[in-house]
Design a protein around this ligand. Structure first.
Ligand SMILES: Cc1cc2nc3c(=O)[nH]c(=O)nc-3n(C[C@H](O)[C@H](O)[C@H](O)COP(=O)(O)OP(=O)(O)OC[C@H]3O[C@@H](n4cnc5c(N)ncnc54)[C@H](O)[C@@H]3O)c2cc1C
Length: 423
């Protein structure tokens, strides 16, 4: 049977798109295919699942994150479906110079009530860490910088990415959508819009449409296609000569269960949130530390630039000891001796042009990708844009009523503010 809409990829972007397609067109026959055995098993499952509403320097990213987080909060609070959201806040620690670069945005966000700016003196009373490294040769070699400011994002915290994926999966099923798992898409089928029955169609001068996909389980035909294959999207588009200006980079998370009283005290840092836990904290070096309240662990990560674009997803324990531990211990000496208890790796689909997501349409196919390390927290808005674009609309309605042009995230003629808060 031919699907009306075939979605490749059951990660957050594919799921949100399928959900919004069905919300607007309940009669549509929607099929979501994924090579894994269930939804959200790609980057979605591997993420740190932090969310930050409006805590971006690009106004587009602010809009996408604001409205998506509001939608998730609505699900949790009004629909009563537990998404495991905890508003523990984001704490972005900055040097004086780093703060000055984004001071205008920070002050504007503070006026809106989205952000609280802490000066060093206030931070020192709340957070036990090293703030000054002047004259510390080792710190200089490691690129460890002073902490002068803390930007505290209020409507920020973590969500349970699995629960979010299951929410969309269950709603999609309730609305009559179908899933086909363990199905790997090998290629997208290209056909002429008008078949002439001549050899070697489509010829270069013929208009084309995308008629479906070839998979390891046979051909799947479709009226419309959505490609939301995360860090593998370019592998399906490159053979067609379609550029999604995004490439995959491995990102890793290492967890550690606090052993000493000082480590436990750091995990249970009071004063920032009602939960009495360390907020999701970003160091001036870009390293982050996340305290997971549910399982009582720290999560450490770092998004370095010089690292190959590759779909490799193997975690490397050495990466932690070489690149994370020495820096973390400089800032938080109480973490001395922190060994890796668990680790995993996944892919950021990085759009290095401006670090905003990438959503565009070619013929009857829409591509949703380039979430650049923040696809969970913008997923719902991206899904709304992709669904509206699939139906030929010029504006998408985001949650809460704001509208966004559906060509805003298009590759060609793109003109978006560059995002500085990429972690
Ligand atoms: C370590 C790490 C930390 C992160 N932290 C955060 C965070 O704190 N907050 C946040 O918002 N985001 C975070 N992210 C980013 C976030 O996880 C991604 O932006 C988001 O999950 C992207 O969703 P997606 O649907 O595009 O991709 P994915 O979730 O990867 O989904 C793509 C799906 O396509 C399927 N697929 C691919 N190719 C094929 C094929 N050929 N045939 C069939 N199926 C195919 C895959 O199996 C996969 O299920 C993090 C990512 C990583 C790796």
């Amino acid at each position: 049977m031919e699907a009306d809409v075939l979605v490749v990829g059951a990660g957050i972007l594919g799921l949100a798109t399928a959900y919004h397609v069905l919300s607007r067109d309940p009669e549509a026959n929607v099929l979501v295919v994924d090579r894994m055995g269930d939804v959200g098993q790609g980057a979605t499952a591997k993420s740190a699942a932090g969310f930050r509403a409006g805590l971006f320097t690009s106004s587009t990213n602010r809009l996408l994150s604001d409205t998506s987080v509001d939608f998730y909060l609505h699900i949790q609070r009004e629909e009563g479906y537990d998404l495991g959201m905890e508003l523990v806040g984001y704490l972005i620690l900055r040097t004086k110079e780093q703060f000055e670069e984004i001071a205008d945005v920070a002050h504007a966000l503070e006026k809106r009530g989205t952000l609280k700016i802490y000066r060093k003196a206030e931070l020192k009373k709340m957070l036990e860490m090293n703030y000054e490294f002047d004259g510390d040769e080792e710190a200089e070699i490691l690129g460890v910088k002073n902490v002068d400011y803390g930007l505290f994002g209020v409507k920020c915290g973590y969500i349970d990415a699995d629960k979010l994926a299951y929410y969309y999966r269950d709603r999609i099923k309730e609305m009559g959508g179908n899933f086909q798992f363990n199905t790997k898409v090998e290629r997208i089928i290209v056909e002429p819009e008008i078949k002439l029955g001549i050899p070697r169609e489509p010829r270069a001068w013929q208009k084309v449409r995308f008629a479906g996909v070839e998979t390891n389980k046979g051909t799947l035909k479709a009226e419309k296609l959505v490609i939301a294959a995360g860090g593998w999207t370019h592998l399906l588009l490159d053979p067609l000569g379609i550029d999604c200006i995004s490439k995959p980079k491995k990102r890793q998370i290492f967890t550690f269960r606090p052993r000493t009283e000082a480590q436990k005290a750091l995990l249970n840092t009071k004063g920032f949130n009602d939960e009495g836990i360390l907020p999701f904290t970003f160091l001036p070096t870009g390293h982050y530390i996340r305290a997971d309240r549910r399982d009582g662990t720290f999560w450490f990560g770092f998004s370095d630039e010089i690292r190959p674009f590759s779909p490799d997803e193997e975690p490397e324990e050495n990466y932690y000891y070489d690149n994370i531990y020495p820096i973390m211990v400089k800032y938080f000496p109480q973490l001395e001796g922190a060994r890796v208890d668990n680790m995993w790796a996944g892919l950021y689909m990085l759009n290095s042009v401006d670090h905003n997501p990438v959503v565009f349409r070619r013929s009857n196919m829409v591509v949703a990708t380039g979430a650049s390390g923040s696809g969970i927290l913008k997923g719902d808005a991206i899904g709304r844009i992709a669904a509206a674009l699939l139906y030929g609309e010029t504006y998408a309605d985001l949650y809460g009523g704001e509208k966004i042009p559906t060509n805003k995230l298009e590759v060609v003629g793109r003109s978006l503010e560059t995002e500085s808060f990429v972690f």
